[in-house]
Design a protein around this ligand. Structure first.
Ligand code: AMP
Ligand code: MN
Ligand code: MN
Ligand code: MN
Length: 285
């Protein structure tokens, strides 16, 4: 039988709605053998997930998702071993502060536009320490300012919209190198969201590979089969390992379910084995 995995999922430690324990239970329910916890800018969910994973016989990989400066933002995933993931905390603390500064700017702008919203109210939608635009969108829906979360992003919070402010303070090179220095494996998340044509993406990947990028998230809910084919050929040419995940956020992003994405995602355990092999090579240098 095929062993299936999911290398991209969020918990209540950032902007998911499943606690780490609930997420691991859900992975079991979905028949997955392994999941990575990849919360935005935090590893707070990892300990609990590792504990639940060992109880249920599900492999849990400590991970993160960080944003680097790139037009809007370039998302990088970092994967760690269960005994070394805390070294990344220095970088994450910096990113958390940048996030808090940006959050104040967004709230001020929303207030200027006449929305009665405070950061403390936004915090009631977050169960961890990371406050994200997701939680702002939750509050705007609750207050009746917008019909749904998509509208909150489309009208106000999304990239290029009136209340959008950049958050990241690190560039892609720094992000990749910090993940490696902390003992992790850097992977480019959802390349589709970079909005680059195929040639430009190829050029960018060459540069990121020279910085130390190891993998690219090829299997992703918003990638068409055609795009997956293109990315697979490109990754092979450049020497990047393929990875994949659903970007599961529970009720905060219902269009992609754990393990299966929009229904047809199916990520094989061998992708994870490929990553770990690379990691061992790196760590004995
Ligand atoms: P932040 O990390 O605070 O910049 O917030 C970004 C998060 O907002 C992403 O990680 C997504 O989970 C969420 N997001 C972005 N666009 C949308 C959308 N159109 N609908 C719902 N959630 C979104
Ligand atoms: Mn998110
Ligand atoms: Mn992302
Ligand atoms: Mn994500």
């Amino acid at each position: 039988m095929k062993k299936l995995i999911d290398l991209h999922a969020h918990t209540t430690a950032s902007d998911g709605t499943y606690t780490p324990r609930e997420l691991v239970n859900y992975a079991k329910e979905k028949g997955l053998s392994l999941i990575a916890i990849t919360d935005h800018d935090t590893i707070d969910g990892v300990d609990e997930a590792l504990d639940e994973g060992s109880k249920l016989g599900i492999e849990v990989i400590p991970g993160i998702e960080i944003g680097a400066i790139f037009r809007g933002e370039m998302h990088l995933l970092g994967y760690f071993k269960s005994d070394n993931y805390k070294n990344i905390n220095l970088l994450l603390n910096r990113l958390k502060r940048a996030r808090e500064d940006r959050n104040i700017k967004i709230i001020n702008k929303l207030n200027e536009l006449g929305f009665d919203i405070s950061i403390n109210e936004v915090k009631t939608f977050s169960r961890g320490k990371i406050i994200s635009r997701t939680h702002m969108a939750n509050l705007m829906v609750k207050k009746g300012y917008v019909k749904n979360m998509d509208m909150a992003f489309d009208k106000y919070l999304g990239e290029g919209k009136c209340c959008y402010f950049k958050k990241s303070k690190i560039n892609p090179e720094e992000g990749i190198k910090e993940i490696i220095n902390a003992g992790g494996i850097p992977v480019l998340a959802h390349p589709i969201y970079l909005h680059l044509d195929n040639q430009k993406l190829g050029e960018l990947l060459q540069v990121l590979k020279a910085y130390g990028l190891v993998g690219i998230e090829i299997f992703y809910a918003d990638h068409t089969n055609e795009y997956i084919g293109f990315l697979s050929r490109l990754a092979q040419k450049i020497g990047l390992l393929p990875t994949g995940g659903s970007d599961f956020h529970g009720a905060n992003r219902t269009r992609s379910d754990l393990g299966v994405g929009k229904g047809n995602l199916s990520i094989d355990y061998s992708l994870y084995e490929g990553l770990i092999k690379e990691y061992i090579k790196e760590s004995v240098k």
